[in-house]
Write a protein that binds this ligand. Structure first.
Ligand SMILES: [Zn+2]
Ligand SMILES: [Zn+2]
Length: 139
């Protein structure tokens, strides 16, 4: 079993990855708030070619407000669990919605993004890097 094994709520979709995570972050953007129905997303990123899904995912595409690139949010059409996001603003990276991991206990976010739309009651941890919006584009 990999620490990056996970599944949706109904079990129709599962996934695994043997990669070491690239980063672990919290996203306070309005789209994540709407998609998850809660205050923020907790995500863990891996190389897209090391991320393997079993089952069928539906997709909703948004265009990033600041980078103008398509962002593809993939979810289980049976139960609606958000599973993974890929964005042309970060090619080759699969951003897993980490609440779907079988074991999320090891997660340790280093970064918080879109803090300008963070809900005001969410505590701010001074130990973590906080960005107002999207991380700078990789060159
Ligand atoms: Zn499902
Ligand atoms: Zn977000």
């Amino acid at each position: 079993m990999s620490k990056l094994d996970g599944r949706c709520l109904c079990g129709a979709v599962s996934y695994t990855s043997d990669a070491e995570p690239l980063f672990c972050a919290v996203c306070h953007c309005r789209n994540c708030q709407r998609q998850t129905g809660t205050a923020f997303s907790i995500v863990v990123a891996v190389p897209e070619d090391r991320f393997e899904v079993t089952g069928e995912l539906s997709e909703h595409v948004t265009i990033g407000e600041d980078h103008g690139q398509p962002t593809r949010r993939r979810f289980c059409s049976g139960c609606g669990s958000p599973i993974v996001t890929v964005s042309e603003s970060a090619p080759g990276v699969a951003i897993i919605k980490a609440g779907t991991l079988d074991d999320p206990s090891w997660l340790e976010p280093q970064l918080e993004v879109w803090c300008e739309s963070a809900q005001p009651w969410v505590p701010q941890d001074p130990e973590r890097t906080r960005l107002d919006r999207h991380p700078p584009q990789p060159a």
